[in-house]
Design a protein around this ligand. Sequence first.
Ligand code: PGA
Length: 222
Amino acid sequence: MKSLIIANWKCNPSTLAEAKELFNKVKKTDAIICAPFIYLPGLKAKNLCAQNCFWEEKGPYTGEISPKMLKDLGVEYVIIGHSERRNCFKETDEIVNKKLKAVLNAELIPILCIGEKKGEDANQVIENQLKCDLDGISEEEQEKIIVAYEPVWAIGTGDFCEPVKAVETLKFIKSKVKNKVLYGGSVTSKISKDYIDTGFDGLLVGGASLKADEFINIIKNV
Ligand code: PGA
């Protein structure tokens, strides 16, 4: 099965011109590109992903973007519950659950991020996140979700989770849900293949996705 490679640009780059330049270098790959909201219409591509969204369709919610708006734009995927949203923006599992339901309802594919902080028990945290985040979502709907295992301590630190260790958590996740599971957290081209070889269905790449050559090498190596 083909690996899913996702580029999470986060709040980068700082101009549309730079975003287009980066996009033009990587657009021949099958990678899914998660760009900031305002760049999405300018990138006109398949495989576009938003990094977040609101749970209501429309209404008096200043500053929010709804799943329906994203669908209308041709976006296919939405990241939900990234640890930066959980931590910087205080998104709770209850919020993540509402967003997941709204995204599925709009027929977009959610990429649900889960993972433990340093010192926490990975299985315990993940079990709880999956239980709360997927609450009330039918099994059929649940299967449409892509799960990304991203240990919080590995994100943006260069301190990736060794594949031999990550695979233990992968097995635990697979024992709980039937979804595709990606790994994310300081992925580079040196290590990308090892995650796929251990059984991950793909990768969620942050920092390295901003360097076109490195990102293309990540894809080539898997
Ligand atoms: P990173 O980010 O590759 O820079 O660690 C991954 C992510 O946050 O999705």
